[in-house]
Design a protein. Structure first.
Length: 278
């Protein structure tokens, strides 16, 4: 029998379901991978902003990760919100014993502008977590913090991606173009080469969870055996559709539409369900 690829996210929560582990699990499901989740922090947030968060204890973090690896060994792992240097150290010390593709989304600030990470965490993320990773997925402001310089053009984004790879020894880095250009252009650097991934930009404020969703899709694709370039390319299509087919849910920056890529198919399913009910 063919083995179902499984993916683990290690990240924070969003009770409104648009970001964090909730976005990750929805994405894994849509990418036909079996999704698993270890909670780092319980976050009281919604589409309008972050109200508060509590970190789980280091013991609980370790026990959750061990419970997963002792039972269902994941085909890929992604990390999202990791608030403290101690949590980075704990996660790195557990993952360095494993042999699994790792996507690190260096979550620092939510779309709403609220901080999700203590300042001192950045250095440890560079020293302990990124060296273990297959790919890092910073947006422009996260890349600026990682390299300690501002980025104002695609050329500077290319230099940033290269610098992150060379300084941290992460295998690949994709710097997400943010609002540098008219199109949504991301720069991948790996194996000494750059590649640009561009898609039309949707004019929308509903981008809560875009970074989580994009990195979760990359992890699910890596779990399915895709190369880094293939995983990024397919995930770019996934996130572009998810942003374009907006849901307009919530009072603030609404979530993306995780089922956008199968919209046609799901319409058919709903149609059939109605016939069955009738
Ligand atoms: N409005 C948009 N339309 C189309 N693609 C987008 C849009 N916003 C983001 N993307 C794409 O979605 C993916 C995830 O982006 P993410 O939100 O993490 O980064 P960003 O847009 O660069 O960051 P930020 O908006 O926080 O500055 C990237 O591929 C990015 O290019
Ligand atoms: C728990 C958690 N993790 C990450 C984000 C960032 O979300 P975005 O993908 O919008 O940058 C968030 N708002 N909450």
């Amino acid at each position: 029998m063919k083995k179902v690829p499984s993916v683990l996210t290690i990240a924070g929560t969003d009770p409104t379901g648009g970001a964090g582990i909730h976005a990750d699990l929805k994405t894994f499901q849509e990418c036909t991978a079996y999704g698993m989740a270890v909670v780092t922090s319980v976050v009281a947030q919604n589409t309008e902003g972050v109200r508060n968060y509590v970190n789980v204890s280091l013991e609980m973090l370790e026990e959750q990760i061990e419970a997963v690896f002792d039972d269902i060994y994941p085909d890929a792992v992604k990390t999202g919100m990791i608030a403290t240097p101690e949590m980075i150290e704990k996660i790195a010390s557990l993952l360095e014993k494993e042999d699994v593709p790792l996507v690190v989304d260096p979550v620092m600030v939510a779309t709403s502008g609220d901080s999700l990470m203590e300042k001192e965490t950045v250095q440890l993320m560079k020293e302990r977590l990124l060296p273990l990773a297959t790919i890092a997925t910073p947006n422009i402001s996260e890349a600026e913090i990682l390299i300690g310089k501002s980025i104002r053009s695609l050329k500077e984004a290319e230099e940033a991606a290269q610098q992150i790879v060379e300084e941290t020894k992460v295998k690949a880095t994709i710097v997400k173009g943010g609002h540098l250009t008219e199109e949504a252009t991301d720069i991948l650097y790996t194996d000494g080469k750059w590649e640009r991934f561009s898609a039309p930009r949707t004019e929308t404020k509903h981008t809560h969870g875009t970074g989580c969703t994009f990195s979760a899709a990359i992890a699910a694709k890596l779990a399915r055996g895709r190369s880094i370039e293939e995983a990024v390319s397919e995930s770019k299509t996934f996130i572009t559709n998810a942003i374009a087919e907006t849901l307009a849910i919530g009072k603030g920056n609404g979530p993306v539409n995780h089922w956008a890529s199968r919209l046609k198919k799901s319409d058919i399913v709903v149609e059939n369900a109605r016939q069955l009910e009738g």
